[in-house]
Design a protein around this ligand. Structure first.
Ligand code: SF4
Length: 350
């Protein structure tokens, strides 16, 4: 089983963000009390991975984080726990904080860098600047971390190609193990939406995506999912578990859970509702819905979909002949150079 803990607090709201977050830091003590209680009340089980996501998990003090981990150790079997990840904002990653994270057993850091250009970071309303982004990675390495991933954003309307190349080159030089790169989407209600920022053209998206693949693939990374690249042996066990249908438990406001078969449930996307113990929403998937989900998530990975289903292969015939997909050794795959139009390809397949 995978365990996800959502830490909803953010000190500042990024212009593109539509994850559940809150700036009500005065509710932090109540949050800590309830999350530990929810861990204790959960059914437990054997954990493969533990992931602190947000929000900004690095707003947690080391004492509180240690107590949360202690509660997890008491409730769950952690004998096979392979990966403990925490998402961090660069400006939280002092050398002392990194050392403390390392000492309490965190073995993977996910650092939300997004860009190494100060003007991008300002426009995105990020808390850190480019120097802090680089120092964060250095501090993490000095503290002992050997499994570091960073997030980057491309397809920004105010990003030139040379700036995107600079971001990629800087990331490569940091000699880290994993990079997640996301194309900007302008979600309703975000600051960018209210600023009437327009998405880049398809041409720009394609060029940025091509640069991303060419730079990372020629520098020791391989792509294993639309947005994820890693050095050998460093794919994210937690996220890969989601795509492989492993059951997961999500605790904290807005966190989602899945029983590995047909049941999903999620906590309210409101800290106050969650603190007041409002019930989770539940969805029972039909076998058709679950089959569609498996197709969609598998096709976003380079491994692809294991299938010999004649109906699916017939639907894929045109896509195969156009070179958008390939079928090898029983796996149907989108060719990675066409991942950017995966929504269109999956739509055609259905
Ligand atoms: S730090 Fe993360 S969760 Fe918080 S506003 Fe920024 S992108 Fe959203």
């Amino acid at each position: 089983m995978l365990l996800y803990i959502h830490i909803p607090f953010c000190k500042r709201i990024c212009s593109y963000c539509d994850f559940y977050h809150t700036t009500c830091l005065d509710l932090y003590p109540k949050f800590i009390e309830k999350i530990k209680n929810d861990i204790t009340q959960s059914e437990g089980g054997s954990l493969k991975t533990l992931y602190f996501g947000g929000g900004t998990p690095s707003t947690l003090s080391i004492d509180d984080l240690s107590e949360i981990i202690l509660s997890i150790n008491r409730r769950f079997d952690t004998g096979n726990l392979k990966e403990i990840t925490i998402e961090c904002n660069p400006d939280d990653l002092t050398l002392q904080y990194c050392k403390s994270l390392y000492n309490i057993g965190i073995n993977r850091l996910s650092i939300g860098i997004q860009s190494f250009c100060d003007d991008h970071l300002k426009t995105m309303n990020r808390r850190h600047n480019a120097d802090q982004a680089i120092s964060a990675v250095m501090n993490a390495k000095d503290a002992g971390f050997r499994n570091i991933t960073i997030d980057l954003i491309y397809g920004l309307p105010f990003m030139t190609e040379s700036q995107w190349q600079f971001n990629l080159d800087t990331a490569i030089k940091l000699d880290i193990q994993h990079i997640s790169a996301y194309h900007l989407t302008i979600e309703k209600g975000t600051l960018f939406d209210r600023m009437n920022i327009k998405p880049v053209s398809e041409d720009v998206s394609e060029r940025h995506y091509k640069m991303l693949r060419e730079s990372l693939l020629s520098n020791g990374f391989s792509q294993y999912e639309i947005s994820n690249f890693c050095k050998a042996g460093y794919s994210a066990i937690h996220n890969s578990g989601y795509w492989d249908g492993v059951p997961y438990l999500g605790l904290g406001p807005s966190a989602h859970s899945f029983d590995g078969k047909n049941k999903r449930w999620w906590e309210p996307s409101s800290l106050t509702k969650w603190l007041n113990g409002e019930r989770c929403e539940i969805e029972i998937l039909s076998s058709e819905q679950r089959a569609e989900e498996i197709i969609m998530t598998s096709l976003r990975t380079t491994k692809g979909l294991k299938t010999s289903d004649e109906k699916i292969l017939n639907s894929a015939r045109n896509l195969l002949s156009q070179g958008l997909m390939e079928y090898t050794n029983g796996y149907l795959k989108i060719r990675p150079e066409h991942f950017l139009i995966s929504d269109y390809i999956i739509c055609e397949l259905f």
